[in-house]
Design a protein around this ligand. Sequence first.
Ligand code: MN
Ligand code: MN
Length: 460
Amino acid sequence: MSLLIQGGELITASSRSRADIYCEGETITRIAAHITPPPDCEVLPARGCLVFPGFVDPHVHVYLPTPSTTAKDTHESAGKAALLGGTTCYIEFVIPARTEEPRDALETWRAAAAGRSPADYSFHMAITRYDASVAEQLEHIVSSEGITSFKVHLAYKDYLEVSDSELYHILGLARRLGAITIAHCENAAAVELLRRQLVSAGRRAPRWHYYSRPPEVEEEGTRHFLFFAALQQAPAYIAHLSSRAALAAAMQAVGKGQRVWIETLIQFLLLDKSYAELPDFEGAKYVMSPPLREKEDRSALWSALAAGNISTVGTDHAPFDFHGQKDLGRDDFTRIPNGLPGIEERVKLLYTHGVLGGRIDLHRFVDAASTRPARIFGLFPRKGTIQVGADADLVVWNPDWQGTISAATHHMNVDYSPYEGWKITGRAEYVTVRGRLMVEKGRFVGPVDHGRFIGRNPSG
Ligand code: MN
Ligand code: MN
């Protein structure tokens, strides 16, 4: 089976050119100014469109059990939504309970995904306990399973949190194995103390969530993580950075020559804490950790993104219904399931507000949402760019299309949108995953089991 994408303008992280792309099987095999299609070739007209490499979401939760409830998406719904939004590959977190063996958790997450996602996917391995047996399993997971990134939580006391000595050992192991360590940087003890104080003072509405995790808590978490990463000379990836304070802490480590990459989320660029202050419990839709920050934080994040100091934009996709899930915390914000849905909207929002908003150019857009995540997490050059030999994961982007975001029309399995009524310009007209047409004229047309687990190289 062959496929020709004809007449589009190809945009990568570093180049722009008008060319045709010819794909045989799962791979891009030719790029040239004019390619004549052979008789049996499927032709996608891309004149007037931009052609991007398939977008990669570095931070996604699909199967996500929490102490009180489980996130709503399946790989089928999340994968479909991802593809309709131009994301052809996402990296999900395997999160073992502290008493669980990593290899068992990996099997659970694998079973939830295998044969069920229309998009390609990979896994980050969260570590919630460190001992000799865990170390041995992780060695195998990195060398034989193609999972080359770890995740640690400095937050979530007595649940996901790792101790300082565990953190130290995990970073050392990661460096030895060529893995990269991702961290959720918030001080667990401080969060716990602040939460208790607020709740016992009767401050229980969603808006108080912010004050249980102020920027200082994230700043300390960031310094703390990077201090241990420096001791071990291990590469470090800051997940979901939200504040000026944490940004300054991370940039200080970069200035000292530490290998640090920073991720922010689309919601931190576009939303601020006023959303979490909406009346009638509406604010619960916007409760996540770290919390949405001030307007000044948003503009600092945009500048850092434009400058390349922030490498990637992810979603931390974590869909919980407003009715029946978020409202578990109606009388106590500490019981609100944390997270926002976003896997379907990330690229459209970043294009509309970033590129058309004049904050980043097309190349930085592709870099932050595709190339950089692929490079950092060892998917490149198979994913993350348009070149001969790469997977034929391509997005033909209609830059003139206009629409409105709504829970009534989105494909994520969740009953609200944080961006309800927002106007969008541009959409994925055609999307291919390894040469297979998955989205046509903005509609899902692919088989739901097309997605594959993608094993990764040691991180670059
Ligand atoms: Mn997190
Ligand atoms: Mn997360």
